[in-house]
Design a binder for this molecule. Structure first.
Ligand code: CMC
Length: 388
């Protein structure tokens, strides 16, 4: 057997920490144009999808199926999803027991895992069965998140109502109220722009997990676990905490100087791919202003704009600009949603992207199995325990 020279092994590409620039597979689901700050789903810009009026369900259909639906196809898809929204009683009981003391992303991860345990076809790994599970999870994750918000506030769980759209029903299951038309429109938009985003950490985690041909529930749990982290989806929660900590627009500069002195990253800024403004932040900025003014939380938006000016003046030259998580929290907060429910909203949307990517990769699946550059010892002498 030929001996490998371990320290020289780097595969055929240049080694960069965090897999920067590494290519994992071919995909036609979405394109993140980092230089120009554009996000394209299956050829369509997110701006057009937000303005098109087809709602989150149209985007989910597009991502999973590959084409924009005709009216009858969209209606059938919506009906199918609406009919799958209910969650089994054991999952409701689970949420009731763990939700008050647990981060809602962990509640979500556990509830999705339990849905798998309750599905007799959990282990049937075929495109057809995974599509069936993906449809159910796309419908049920909003119900789980809605129920979690209610239980954490000491309120009773509200069952889904299939006559509402997914985003309207989601808002209703969280708040117990029908959202006004503008709030419903903005929640739909939020779900559309969070639905998919290339080979991000949670999508990659879900795909790596699924590539061993495990069940889809396990893969989605991996995605949820990754999304929760503050460098990824958890940044929306962290960003609102920053604004709250700053408290007063007048103290923003002082706060930023102290953060810089501590070499602390400012949450809601920067991205591995974008070197320009994140197009999702561009969409959210005026909406954050509108909603903050409406809710009487204009100081949070003012703090955001002051912080944006300071960070961009300081780090814009390095390609550091606001990302999607910078303004979203101001909007959700103005909608009356608790801060630690922000990342679960991201998951309500991203299930479509996770599912689409997994379903695209599955028919020609190959196990993800990269290597690390070994920098450890090769000839250490074993010393018996009593002689060490
Ligand atoms: N604040 C201050 N400096 C930053 C920031 C930031 N938010 N982001 C990056 N930098 C600096 C960083 O200190 C480093 O500087 P230097 O070269 O002098 O050491 C340089 O920019 C490169 O940073 P990095 O962390 O190596 O970049 P990355 O590509 O590994 O990380 C990131 C991307 C998103 C993890 C990072 O920008 C970050 O931690 N941002 C804050 C968390 C955040 O907002 N995450 C949400 C991302 S968008 C939503 C999503 O898709 O999840």
């Amino acid at each position: 057997m030929a001996e490998e020279k371990p320290r020289q092994f780097v595969g055929s590409t240049e080694f960069k920490k965090g897999l920067e620039g590494a290519i994992t597979n071919e995909s036609s689901i979405s394109y993140v144009d980092g230089a120009n700050g554009k996000l394209i789903y299956r050829g369509y810009s997110i701006d057009d999808l937000c303005q098109g009026g087809g709602g989150y369900e149209e985007t989910a259909y597009l991502l999973i199926d590959g084409e924009l639906p005709k009216r009858a196809q969209l209606e059938a898809f919506k009906k199918d999803l609406a009919g799958r929204r209910a969650i089994p009683q054991p999952v409701k009981d689970l949420i009731t027991q763990i939700a008050p003391n647990t981060h809602p992303m962990n509640t979500l991860r556990t509830a999705v895992s339990m849905l798998g345990c309750l599905n007799p076809k959990e282990f049937e790994v075929t495109v057809e069965n995974d599509l069936d599970i993906a449809m159910s999870l796309t419908a049920q994750i909003p119900t789980i998140v809605g129920a979690t918000q209610r239980v954490r506030r000491g309120e009773s769980i509200i069952d889904p109502d299939p006559s509402r759209s997914l985003s309207e029903d989601f808002m209703h299951m969280m708040t117990g109220k029908d959202p006004d038309p503008r709030t419903a429109e903005v929640m739909d938009m939020a779900l559309i722009i969070h639905a998919e985003h290339g080979m991000n950490a949670s999508t990659f985690s879900a795909m790596v997990t699924n590539s061993s041909l495990t069940d889809l529930y396990s893969s989605i749990c991996a995605g949820i676990g990754s999304l929760k982290g503050p460098l990824h989806g958890g940044a929306n929660e962290a960003t609102l905490k920053t604004f709250t900590e700053i408290g007063d627009p007048a103290t923003t500069e002082e706060w930023f100087s102290a953060a810089k002195a501590k070499k602390q990253k400012v949450m809601g800024f920067g991205h591995r791919v974008y070197r320009a403004y994140d197009p999702r932040a561009v969409i959210f900025d005026p909406v954050a202003k509108e909603f903050a003014e409406r809710a009487g939380t204009g100081h949070l938006y003012e703090i955001a704009k002051k912080l944006e000016a300071l960070v961009v003046a300081d780090l814009g030259g390095k390609g550091i600009f606001p990302n999607v998580d910078f303004f979203s929290g101001v909007i959700y907060n103005a909608m009356g949603i608790d801060t630690d429910m922000f990342t679960p909203i991201f998951a309500v949307a991203r299930i479509a992207g996770w599912s689409a990517r997994i379903l695209e990769y599955l028919p020609d699946n190959r196990l993800f199995r990269p290597r690390a550059v070994y920098v450890g010892d090769l000839e250490a002498q074993y010393v018996p325990i009593d002689e060490r």
